[in-house]
Design a protein around this ligand. Structure first.
Ligand code: SAH
Length: 230
């Protein structure tokens, strides 16, 4: 396995794919920045360290792959800002035996990060072309524990439910009820909620063993809208 440059005792993840020296040093710089901003969970840092973000951005933005910014992808969507991916991944608190649902595959970056931490990741995207590109990336990274589906992810993935963790990477006006229903007792849902782009809050919702819900407000965020079928 690749030795972590940042810390000892990294998880036994599969090696990072071969990539340019520039990309590697940019990635290390980003990891330092994430650590300085308070993200010190080694599971999260290691998963980001082993996920080449340059493979998930458009050719034209490749040199900005490790800037801490969201970037445009196809179909008018965006790949999330790395620090937001890191905080959401941290908030989700994933461990290796878990099954995770992601709504909003987009570039596939967040799903790829999660796939290094969970047993299996189910990811749903409404745009066919985005999903096809993401699937290609998963194949070339040999991420075999990712399952994809095209459709409206606000309905969840009933056949595969319940999930230990659910992450939504598009903003909803309200939390879709099927996602609450498809969350296991003891499960965690991380979702940006808000009517418009300027007024969204990232929420973490824990479902207790009795089915009670406990909500933490995490931070202000800016996501593309969750588009629900009628
Ligand atoms: N997680 C992504 C971020 C994608 S942006 C990444 O790492 O790149 C949000 C994505 O959610 C967009 O691709 C958008 O098409 C998708 N989306 C919006 N509404 C959706 C819905 N109801 N079901 C599934 N995907 C949806």
């Amino acid at each position: 396995m690749t030795k972590s440059l940042l810390y000892r005792d990294a998880f036994a993840y599969s090696p990072a794919p071969p990539t340019s020296n520039d990309a590697v040093s940019d990635r290390i710089r980003l990891l330092m920045k994430l650590r300085n901003s308070g993200i010190n969970d080694t599971r999260v840092l290691s998963a980001i360290e082993h996920t080449p973000r340059e493979m998930f951005v458009e050719e034209a933005f490749r040199e900005h792959a490790y800037d801490d910014t969201a970037l445009p992808i196809a179909s008018g969507q965006t790949i999330s800002q790395p620090s937001v991916v890191a905080w959401m991944t941290w908030a989700l608190d994933v461990s290796p035996r878990m099954r995770v649902l992601e709504v909003g595959t987009g570039s596939g970056y967040q799903a790829a990060v999660l796939a290094r931490m969970a047993r299996r990741v189910y990811t749903v995207e409404r745009h066919r072309d985005l999903l096809a590109q993401a699937e290609e990336r998963f194949r070339s990274l040999k991420l075999n524990n990712l399952v994809t589906r095209r459709g409206d992810g606000s309905r969840g993935w009933k056949e595969a439910a319940p999930f230990d963790r659910i992450i939504v990477t598009a903003a909803a006006a309200e939390i879709p009820q099927p996602l609450i229903e498809q969350l296991s007792p003891g499960g965690v849902l991380v979702i940006p909620v808000g009517d418009n782009a300027a007024d969204q809050l990232l929420l973490r919702i824990r479902k207790d063993e009795q089915g009670g819900l406990h909500t933490d407000k995490m931070m202000a965020v800016r996501f593309v809208p969750l588009v629900q079928d009628k």
